[in-house]
Design a protein around this ligand. Structure first.
Ligand code: FAD
Length: 331
C-alpha cells in the first residue's frame, strides 16, 4: 500500500521572502536520499508573492517545487500552513518529508504528522535510507545525548523528520539546474482563520541567533563565576558577536539553554569561534568543530580544545579578555 508514496520532499521555510538556511541544507541532504531511492526531490513552498523563490530552490538541488501562493499565507500560522501542506501531501503522496527543526518547522511538522496519522522524528542529526525496505533512517541524540537512536517509521507514510540547522550541508548553488514549478490552488479565507497575526516584533538586540552568527564568543567554567562570565558578554558586545557557552555554564545558570553549544545544544559553523575557559569535552567539540577559525584561551596548555583550535593562547582568561576588549575598542 506504500507503493503510491514516492519522492522526497523538503518544506521550504521562508521569512519575508528570504529562504531559511536550514531549508537549503535540507535540499542538500534530500538530494542524497532522492538519488539513492531514484525518486525526484521536491521543495514545498508556501507564502504570499513567493513564486520568485522557485529558481533559487531549484538551484540548490530540487527537481521540482510545489508552490502554494495565497494572501492568507503571508505570515506563518499553523492553521493555514498545515492546510496547504496537507492538501499537497494527500494529493501527491511523498515517501519522505523533511522540515527544519526551527520553531515554525517543528510546529508545522507535528501538526501535519498528527493530521496525516504518521510518525515524526524530531531534532534529527543524521539521515540515511534502508534501500531494501525504503525506510528513512533518522538518527538523533537520545537519553540526554548518551546514545544515538535511529528511528524508523515502518507502518505509516510519509516518513517525516525535523532536522537541526547546521548539521547538513547545502549543495553549491548552481543556476544551470533545471526544474519544474507546480502551482497548487488552495481555498483559504481570512475570516475562517482562528488566529490573526496582529504585530511582528523584531528582536531589538539586533544580535544574530547562535546558529546564524558569523562570530561567536563562547565561555566555559574557566570564567570562574557569573561575574567573570560578564567578560564574555563584554567581548562579544565589543566585536558584535553572539554569546555561546558550554553545558556546564548553562547548568550553572550563567546562560540560557538556547545559547548552549554542543551535542545537547546547538551545532554551529561560524567564521570565528572564541572558546574561552572551555576545556574542549567531546560533547562540546561536536557542536563547534566545523567553525572556520577557532581561537582558544585556556590556562591549561594540555586542554583538548587546543587540538581543534586554529590559534591558541595559554593563559588566564580573566587577564587576557580585558586586554582583548581594550585592543578591539581602539581598532
Ligand atoms: P570544564 O571542563 O570544567 O573546563 C574549564 C576549563 O577552563 C578548563 O580547561 C580549565 O583549564 C580552564 N580554565 C580554568 N580557569 C581558567 C582561567 N582563569 N583562564 C583560562 N582558562 C581557565 N557540554 C557542552 O558544552 N555542550 C553540550 O551540548 C554537552 N552535552 C553533553 C551531553 C552529555 C550526555 C554529557 C555526559 C555531557 C555533555 N556536556 C556538554 C558536558 C561536557 O562533557 C563537559 O562537562 C563540558 O563541556 C565542560 O564545560 P567547560 O569546558 O565549561 O568546563
Amino acid at each position: 500500500m506504500f507503493e503510491d508514496y514516492r519522492g522526497v520532499w523538503v518544506f521550504i521555510e521562508q521569512n519575508e521572502g528570504e529562504i531559511e538556511g536550514v531549508s537549503l541544507e535540507l535540499l542538500g541532504a534530500g538530494r542524497k536520499l532522492a538519488d539513492k531511492l531514484s525518486v525526484p526531490l521536491s521543495g514545498v513552498l508556501l507564502g504570499h508573492d513567493v513564486k520568485g523563490l522557485c529558481p533559487e530552490i531549484i538551484s540548490y538541488g530540487a527537481d521540482q517545487v510545489f508552490v502554494v501562493d495565497h494572501p492568507v499565507l503571508k505570515d506563518y500560522r499553523t492553521e493555514s500552513y498545515m492546510k496547504g501542506v496537507i492538501q499537497l501531501a494527500e494529493k501527491f503522496k511523498p515517501e519522505i518529508f523533511l522540515y527544519g527543526a526551527t520553531p515554525n518547522g517543528k510546529d508545522l511538522a507535528s501538526a501535519v504528522a498528527t493530521d496525516l496519522s504518521t510518525g515524526l522524528t524530531a531534532d534529527t542529526t543524521m539521515l540515511d535510507v534502508d534501500l531494501d525496505n525504503r525506510l528513512l533512517e533518522a538518527s538523533r541524540p537520545a537519553f540526554g545525548g548518551n546514545i544515538m537512536a535511529t528511528i524508523l517509521c515502518k507502518k505509516h507514510r510519509p516518513q517525516m523528520a525535523t532536522v537541526r540547522p547546521k548539521v547538513m550541508k547545502a549543495l553549491e548553488k548552481d543556476n544551470s539546474r533545471v526544474g519544474k514549478i507546480i502551482e497548487e490552488e488552495i481555498f483559504l479565507q481570512e475570516e475562517d482563520m482562528r488566529t490573526k497575526v496582529l504585530k511582528i516584533v523584531k528582536d531589538i538586540t539586533k544580535k544574530a541567533r547562535l546558529t546564524d552568527a558569523h562570530v561567536v564568543v563562547a565561555g566555559g567554567k574557566g570564567m570562574g563565576d557569573l561575574q567573570g562570565f560578564q567578560l564574555i558578554h563584554e567581548l562579544a558586545e565589543t566585536i558584535g558577536a553572539t554569546v555561546g557557552g558550554t553545558r556546564d555554564v548553562v547548568e550553572a545558570g550563567w546562560l540560557p539553554h538556547e545559547q548552549q553549544v554542543g551535542q545537547t545544544g546547538e551545532t554551529i559553523t561560524p567564521k570565528i569561534y572564541f572558546a574561552i575557559g572551555i576545556s574542549g569535552a567531546i560533547q562540546h567539540i561536536v557542536g563547534m568543530k566545523n567553525s572556520e577559525f577557532i581561537i582558544a584561551i585556556n590556562k591549561d596548555p594540555n586542554a583538548p580544545i587546543f587540538d581543534v583550535a586554529t590559534y591558541g593562547i595559554v593563559g588566564d582568561a580573566i587577564e587576557i579578555v580585558p586586554k582583548l576588549i581594550e585592543q578591539f575598542k581602539v581598532m
